[in-house]
Ligand binder design. Structure first.
Ligand code: WT7
Length: 644
């Protein structure tokens, strides 16, 4: 499969030689980006493409004025796309909604009016805690329309996680739903939100979407049903889109890091929009007649960029699906592709691996011949999964666009292009950086490593979609991304280039886990564990998992007087789920007498990882900074013995 080339008819971007095109983008970023940003509608064009006077606080399209909702909606309703379908939504129970650009536009205007009536102003923060229902993109766009900054919290997070995100962003308004469907059950979302609301003094009003019809507790003069509010708004209500500065924050999205609480990644409006628009065009070559399905949750950046902003700016028809991939049967996704004639599907390797387990007969039941491109994101795709996806889902016709990027990068960074003549795909490699992206693989000293050698992935130049800062924490922004390799953006990922120059992403180099493509910080889990009365100390490591990529495993030292009982183990697992959310559920908790530590008291995390994944220790000379090789070996053997 390694010599797979892209279908000839899909090469529509007039790039003769990738290298030349790429080089120009790096040598003349201002020229390059001023050409591409013109695809968007600006109320005022920028005075300067890139202001690099105060690195690493780069500013894009400075002086420009723009509005995201206008670019996603208004631009289309002035054209024949007015009645084109924006979203085909399918609920988990099988109910559907088909929403045209015009209908979406009208709803967004009415919701924007509601927010305005509640006193929401430009720059105010609004937190959204919603399942995958059409109201989620509607409210995001309504916020963007009036210049409010949205902060979407994944609906799988607990009330506690929600509360800390609301408090960090100091949101005025919370928008949630009565419940959410998941695998045939109803998740009491409002109940979870009620827990958060006890801890969030900044919230003035709560808007509740009716989804499941569950009975909920509504607090007078604070909680309002969305449908009741809408009943008081004229159907043809128009709210002027607020022309915001290019650097005005469009949204905050919290993501896990190596230390402390989740970080509020702040994205701009102008640079971000230009980036998500252009990257989708580059990587997937979307066409008017495409039926695009990004099968992520809008609670993550993938959904923000490639379910909401970019596909709408392109005027595409998107599928939006509410439920679990295998509910009620393992062919739910394939039936959706067949039913709606999906032409591009974009998902994570963990989903592919789960489907592999169910067997290809579930795929074979369906006619998937409408597909023309497959996408992958969120974690490295192993060649077995790549080949299965290519053969069984894509019928050996569709290229696999493996896109490497992060919450912080806003959009795709390393990826093949479906529209450009380029090198053959190699299963497991995301191929090459996009134009505008100057990526390099370096060692600890910042020197480029040899082909075939593992190193850290860094980005050497700013790009339009980059995060602007961390919300209210510029010091942490500099510390996390620009300290390890001064002047360059540090991704936190390991990577390697092969002798053909292809990039291979090799997973996180830091204390961040990727569990089923979701990002979870080990320290986040540890601090929850030690907040439990019986726990003295805790350390978390990622254990390799054939479907999820990795799963968290915890090592716990109990306080004096507590016994390592199974009931306590179960109690702790439940506690973590309640404090963070189901995605953080430890796969196992080991009670140990002590944690392996260096002399300066640092937990030997990589040792823990090797032990739980049943891997040899590997190269330990660079493993831990202060412990001797003998000490590490001894700790490893002791721990292994203890776990047997
Ligand atoms: C981390 C970012 C990108 C949106 C969803 C995840 C890993 C992401 C790939 C890929 C190998 C990948 C990296 C990265 N990752 N895409 N195609 N190949 N690894 O966003 O939650 O911010 O996670 O996901 O480790 O750092 P995120």
């Amino acid at each position: 499969m390694s010599k797979e080339t892209l279908p000839v008819e899909s090469r529509i971007i007039p790039v003769k030689r990738l290298e030349e095109y790429w080089e120009r983008s790096i040598e003349d970023p201002e020229g390059f980006w001023s050409e591409h940003a013109r695809a968007l509608q600006w109320f005022k064009t920028w005075d300067k493409v890139l202001d690099a006077s105060n690195p690493p606080f780069y500013k894009w399209f400075v002086g420009g004025k723009i509005n995201a909702s206008y670019n996603a909606l208004d631009v289309h309703i002035k054209t024949w796309r007015k009645n084109k379908v924006a979203y085909i939504w399918e609920g988990e129970p099988g109910d559907t909604r088909v929403i045209t650009y015009y209908q979406l536009y009208k709803e967004v205007n009415r919701i924007a009016k509601i927010l305005k009536n509640m006193g929401v102003k430009k720059g105010d923060r609004v937190t959204l805690y919603l399942p995958m229902i059409p109201e989620l993109p509607m409210v995001m766009l309504a916020c963007a329309r009036i210049g409010a900054i949205h902060s979407v919290v994944f609906s799988g997070f607990s009330g506690e996680s929600l509360a800390s995100r609301i408090n960090d962003s100091n949101s005025k308004i919370l928008i949630t739903a009565d419940g959410a469907y998941r695998r045939g059950k109803i998740i009491p979302l409002k109940e979870w939100a009620d827990k958060a609301l006890k801890l969030t003094p900044s919230i003035e009003s709560v808007i509740v979407v009716r989804r499941t019809g569950s009975k909920v507790n509504m607090v007078e003069n604070r909680d309002y049903w969305l449908h009741e509010l809408l009943a008081g708004i004229e159907p043809d209500t128009y709210v002027e889109p607020e022309p915001v500065e290019s650097t005005h924050p469009l949204y905050i999205l919290y993501t896990s890091g190596t230390t402390g609480k989740p970080k509020g990644v702040e994205h701009s409006t102008g640079g971000y929009l230009a980036w998500v628009y252009w990257t989708l065009k580059w990587a997937f070559d979307p066409r008017e007649e495409d039926v695009w399905w990004c099968a992520a949750d809008i609670g993550w950046v993938t959904g923000h960029s490639y379910i909401v902003y970019s596909p709408l700016m392109h005027g595409l028809t998107s599928i939006m699906y509410e439920g679990a991939p295998d509910y009620p049967h393992p062919d739910r996704w394939w039936s959706i592709i067949e039913k709606y004639g999906v032409t591009i599907i974009y998902t994570a390797p963990t989903a592919i691996r789960a489907f592999m387990r169910y067997g290809e007969e579930w795929v074979k039941k369906h006619d998937l011949s409408s597909l023309r491109i497959l996408g992958s994101v969120g974690e490295p795709i192993n060649p077995e999964a790549w080949n299965w996806y290519y053969k069984n889902v894509g019928g050996e016709r569709c290229p696999i666009i493996d896109t490497w990027w992060q919450t912080e990068t806003g959009g795709f960074m390393i990826s093949p292009s479906a529209g450009v003549e380029l090198a053959p795909l190699k299963p497991g490699s995301a191929t090459f950086p996009l134009p505008g992206i100057d990526a390099e693989v370096v060692n600890d000293n910042g020197k480029r490593v040899e082909p075939g050698e593992r190193g850290y992935l860094i980005i050497k130049k700013p790009w339009p979609g980059m995060l602007q800062t961390l919300w209210k924490d510029p010091e942490r922004y500099v510390e996390v991304y620009y300290k390890k390799f001064p002047g360059f953006y540090y991704t936190g990922d390991y990577a390697m280039r092969d002798s053909d120059g292809y990039f291979w992403l090799l997973g996180r180099a830091d204390e961040v886990l990727k569990v089923a493509a979701h990002r979870i910080g080990t320290t986040e889990l540890e601090s929850v564990l030690v907040s439990y009365p019986a726990v003295a100390e805790a350390a978390v490591a990622g254990k390799a998992d054939p479907v999820k990529g990795e799963v968290p495993v915890a090592f716990v030292v109990l306080r004096e007087g507590y016994s390592p009982l199974n009931s306590l183990r179960e109690e702790l697992v439940k506690y973590v789920r309640n404090q963070i959310g189901p995605i953080a559920t430890p796969a196992n908790i080991f009670f140990v007498d002590k944690l392996p530590k260096t002399r300066s008291g640092k937990i030997m995390r990589r040792l823990l990882k090797s032990v739980v994944s049943d891997q040899p220790l590997g190269d330990i000379t660079t493993l831990e900074d202060e412990a001797s090789v003998e000490e590490i070996k001894k700790a490893y053997d002791e721990l292994k013995k203890e776990l047997e």
